[in-house]
Each structure stands twice: as structure tokens, then as C-alpha cells.
Design a protein around this ligand. Structure first.
Ligand SMILES: [Mg+2]
Length: 250
């Protein structure tokens, strides 16, 4: 029966829906740089949600918040995400590193001063916490690989009493490099991720040929991701994620 020696999981869009936090923290940082936005606005704009599937790293969301605050629309980003991001980052006038630092400082401040409201802006997808707890009980090794800072991922998991084998945050480097390191210790590794370009990078690395790649159907997907998907990347529904490994596509 197929079964992973280690299962590696993306955090945002696989375990956790943190849309509210992404928006609030990104807007807060953008406002710190002078973005205009009505002070009482708390709803996540639909345009922010539409753009989110294209986002790779946290700082990009600050640029998106900045752009929306200046009247940009989702269609601009959806037409050419990289070009729109570059344009609005130039308008904002901050480096990626500066934006990432500002975002992490904003999160750190909330985590230290208002941890519960910050945690409450994140929702684990239904059934996921139970599945992870089952794996821990059954002795299945599972690890988290995320572009989020490690401390933030750890706080979210700890709040649900979840105990992964390890957490690899953005400090650990590219996900494909982390996977390469992990599979030197045990094989096979299965990887669940909601960003198709990340999975495509993994399957393009010859040394990662044994990694099982799964696109999380419940995550932040672009409209055409399912059609563009091809072997060896598998489409994974959440009910299958929550079911025994023997039922997963292989
Ligand atoms: Mg993700």
C-alpha cells in the first residue's frame, strides 16, 4: 500500500486560510508607507482575494494592498501579475526585503501584543486539524514548508496543539531545496502545495523525481490551474487529503 515516509505540507492555502490576516497586515504596512484607505474598512476586498493565488511571497501582498488603495483593480494583476507587481512596487518605492521586514514586524507586534485576535484571523480548513492529529498519533512524520516566517507558522500550529516533525519557514530557503534535503533522510516524500508553479519547479528538478506532488484543490488556485495540471502532479481534493493514503491518487 503506498504511503509516504514523510509528508511535507504548505501552510497557507493548504492547512490554513489566513486571507483576513494577509489583508489586514498588508494594508497596515501599506498604510505605514502612506497608502490611502478608509480607516474603518475591515472587509477583505474581493479584488485582494482574486489576486492572492498569484502571490508567491508575503511582501507581494503589501504591494497588492498598496495598489488597491491607489485604485488598481484585480484585472490588471490577473492580466500580467509580474508586470503589475513590478509597476506598483516601483510606485511604492520599497525593496522586497524592506517590505518583507515591515510585514514581519507588523505580524511580530500583533503576535506579541494581541496574539489571540491575530490567531483568530486564520482559519484551519475543515478536517485538517483532525487529520494532522491522526497522523501524529499514527506515527506519520509530517512537516510544514512555508514561505511564511517560521515563528508565525509555529504559533499557528501550536495554537491548535499540532506537532509537526519540523517547520521550515522562509528562512530555510526555496521549497525545492528543503525537499532535496528532506528526501536525503527519508523516502518517499509527498508534498502538498496549492501553488502550481512551485510544484512545477519541483518536478523540473531531476533529483526530486521521487517526490509525490499534490495540488491542494481547496487552496488559493488560479482559474486555469486544474486544466493546466498534468502528471506527475496530482489533483488532491480535501476529502481525499483527510482519507487514508491508500485512497490518494498515485
Ligand atoms: Mg500556499
Amino acid at each position: 500500500m503506498p504511503r509516504p515516509a514523510l509528508i511535507a505540507l504548505d501552510l497557507d492555502g493548504v492547512l490554513v486560510d489566513g486571507m483576513e490576516e494577509y489583508w489586514r497586515s498588508s494594508l497596515h504596512v501599506a498604510q505605514g508607507f502612506g497608502a490611502p484607505w478608509p480607516a474603518l474598512e475591515t472587509q477583505v476586498p474581493p479584488d485582494f482575494c482574486r489576486i492572492r493565488p498569484w502571490v508567491h511571497r508575503g511582501w507581494e501582498m503589501v504591494v497588492v494592498a498598496w495598489a488597491l488603495a491607489h485604485g488598481a483593480t484585480a484585472s490588471l494583476f490577473l492580466k500580467d501579475y509580474r508586470a503589475a507587481l513590478q509597476h506598483w512596487q516601483g510606485d511604492l518605492g520599497q525593496s522586497s526585503a524592506q517590505l518583507q521586514l515591515a510585514l514581519e514586524q507588523c505580524r511580530q507586534h500583533q503576535l506579541h501584543h494581541e496574539p489571540l485576535p491575530w490567531l483568530a484571523q486564520h482559519r484551519f480548513y475543515p478536517g485538517v486539524v483532525e487529520r494532522l492529529q491522526d497522523w501524529s498519533r499514527e506515527g506519520v512524520a509530517w512537516t510544514v514548508i512555508t514561505t511564511k516566517g517560521r515563528d508565525f507558522a509555529a504559533a499557528l500550529l501550536d495554537h491548535q496543539h499540532l506537532e509537526p516533525t519540523a517547520i521550515h519557514g522562509r528562512e530555510s530557503g526555496a521549497k525545492s531545496k528543503v525537499l532535496e534535503h528532506l528526501q536525503k533522510e527519508q523516502q518517499p516524500v509527498w508534498f502538498v502545495e496549492d501553488r502550481l508553479p512551485t510544484l512545477e519547479t519541483v518536478i523540473g528538478e531531476p533529483q526530486l523525481g521521487n517526490v509525490g506532488c499534490y495540488l491542494a484543490a481547496w487552496g488559493y488556485l488560479r482559474p486555469n490551474d486544474q486544466e493546466q495540471l498534468g502528471p506527475p502532479i496530482h489533483w488532491l481534493e480535501r476529502h481525499t487529503f483527510c482519507a487514508p493514503f491508500s485512497t490518494w491518487p498515485a
